[in-house]
Design a binder for this molecule. Structure first.
Ligand SMILES: Nc1ncnc2c1ncn2[C@@H]1O[C@H](COP(=O)(O)OP(=O)(O)O)[C@@H](O)[C@H]1O
Ligand SMILES: [Mg+2]
Length: 298
């Protein structure tokens, strides 16, 4: 029997309301069911934000990780992404129950790229992983190109809002990127949430990714990761524009993508987040940081 952490339960109910409450009530039964079917014994709770992550031991003695996510559309394609990579650059998928959003995964170590304490090295590791993971996508994963019209529309609507925190120049640059690069994208698989915390140390390969969204599109879409990693050191930079370009160059070179393409996608995604962030909370420093990035990279 697994004890559901109170903080996790509270946050899930705050975010998801009654469906979250109902899912939480079913979770202990769900965990017991898959542990039994997949012949595993829990050895400790690891955590998780959108779902529960439990360290387990399989009955042949191998360590593994059980992840059961809240049944939200955004978590639907994770198992398919892992199955497609088949362990190349990512943890292996041992078992899956898609209806229950449950997976049994290869267990990596506790250390993530976050613990490396070397942002440049970690960014290069992310870039190399992004390149390895950019394989031909299987059918029926969400296409990033399908979002292009909505992005275009949101940016254009925001550009008409008086007193908008983003300049016309920054909004215009983002619209141009979506029109130039967003509508026609390659059919490669993109991790979609590639940040330092989603890369674990391992034995089979030095680093393996976890927690993919499984999108289809341009791998430069993930270059925005440089904004989500080592934020404190970015905020302390004397010249943020140069520092952003420097880190994007590290990512782009390691991922073998055009530097300018990485800059353009990052600028567009920062502008999109700035548009979304404004509606929810227009004063927090993260929103300001995204706005600043969208300006500096335009
Ligand atoms: N296969 C794994 N091996 C080792 N640790 C893992 C594994 N999967 C998840 N974790 C740990 O659990 C944490 C949360 O898992 P993750 O899949 O990233 O879910 P979330 O959507 O909550 O971020 C990770 O940051 C990592 O520390
Ligand atoms: Mg994660």
């Amino acid at each position: 029997m697994i004890e559901i952490p109170e903080e996790f339960a509270r946050q899930l109910i705050d975010r998801e309301g009654d469906p979250g409450r109902a899912w939480l009530a079913s979770l202990p039964g769900l965990v017991d069911d898959v542990l039994q079917r997949w012949r595993c014994t829990p050895t400790g709770l690891i955590g998780g934000k959108v779902g529960i992550v439990v360290a387990v031991q399989r009955d042949d003695g191998t360590p593994a990780v059980l992840k059961i996510s809240f049944t939200h559309a955004g978590n639907r394609y994770e198992a398919r992404a892992f199955a497609t990579w088949a362990g190349r650059g990512a943890v292996q998928l041992y078992e899956r129950d898609d209806a229950k959003f449950a997976m049994l995964l290869e267990q990596g170590e506790r250390q993530t790229l976050d613990d490396l304490g070397d942002a440049d090295h970690a960014t290069a590791v992310l870039g190399r992983l992004a390149r390895r993971l950019a394989v031909e996508a299987p059918p029926n994963l969400p296409l990033l190109s399908n979002d292009a019209d909505e992005w275009d529309q949101t940016l254009c609507e925001n550009s008409k809002t008086p007193g908008h925190p983003l300049s016309q120049r920054a909004l215009g640059a983002a619209v141009a990127t979506i029109r130039d690069l967003g509508r026609n994208q390659p059919s490669t698989m993109v991790h979609g949430d590639l940040h330092f915390g989603n890369v674990v140390r391992a034995q089979r390969e030095p680093w393996l990714v976890i927690d993919p969204k499984g999108f289809v599109g341009d791998l430069a879409f993930d270059a925005v990761t440089v904004l989500h990693c080592s934020l404190d050191s970015l905020r302390r930079a004397d010249d943020l524009r140069s520092e952003l370009h420097r880190r994007l160059a590290i990512f782009a070179d390691a991922a073998e993508i055009d530097r300018e393409r990485a800059v353009r996608w990052t600028q567009a995604r920062a502008a999109m987040s700035a548009c979304r962030g404004r509606a929810v909370d227009d004063a927090d420093w993260e929103a300001q940081f995204r706005e600043q990035t969208a300006e500096l990279l335009a």
